[in-house]
Design a protein. Structure first.
Length: 163
């Protein structure tokens, strides 16, 4: 199978690459009843553009900075009173850390998403994104360059770090 922009989803030795090799480990998560302000503050503190919405260990949604902007703020909702569950994308498609990268790419294509929570034994352990795949599979691509780029200053709104 080809990578996100046409490359291969195999390691240099020809074996299938695993999600755990390319994912962003660790999870930034909020409770379903957390306010959008809490979620946005966590995104800022972690320097990410998305958080998982989790009820205990169960991932119930993915909340992005764009979700907050488009689904709440642009509608005139008060982000301090709206919950993460209200505007997140519910029931996200997930992938396992031992799944091969081609599986993740296929899921992203099929479901038209740019990030997948990585779940192991029912617990979230990371996120794999289109940017992660670009950096791993085609490190010289424009998307990989953008995904690696750090904002020059606080006013720079570089593409979501995990794309």
């Amino acid at each position: 199978m080809t990578g996100p922009t046409g490359g291969t989803a195999a390691a240099p030795d020809g074996t299938a690459r695993l999600v755990r090799e390319v994912m962003t480990a660790g999870v930034a998560a909020v409770r379903p009843d957390a306010s959008l302000v809490e979620a946005a503050q966590l995104m800022r503190a972690q320097d990410v553009g998305d958080v998982l919405v989790a009820d205990g260990d169960l991932v119930v949604g993915v909340l992005t900075d764009r979700d907050i902007t488009v689904r709440a703020v642009a509608e005139g909702a008060d982000p301090s009173t709206v919950s993460a569950r209200t505007v997140c994308t519910p029931d996200p498609v997930v992938v396992g850390p031992d799944d091969d990268v081609a599986t993740a790419v296929g899921l992203m294509r099929r479901h038209a998403v740019r990030r997948l929570p990585v779940v192991e034994a029912g617990r979230p352990v990371g996120v794999v994104s289109l940017g992660d795949l670009a950096v791993a599979e085609e490190p010289r691509s424009v998307l990989a360059d953008i995904s690696r780029a750090a904002p020059d200053n606080e006013n720079d709104t570089a593409m979501d770090e995990r794309t």
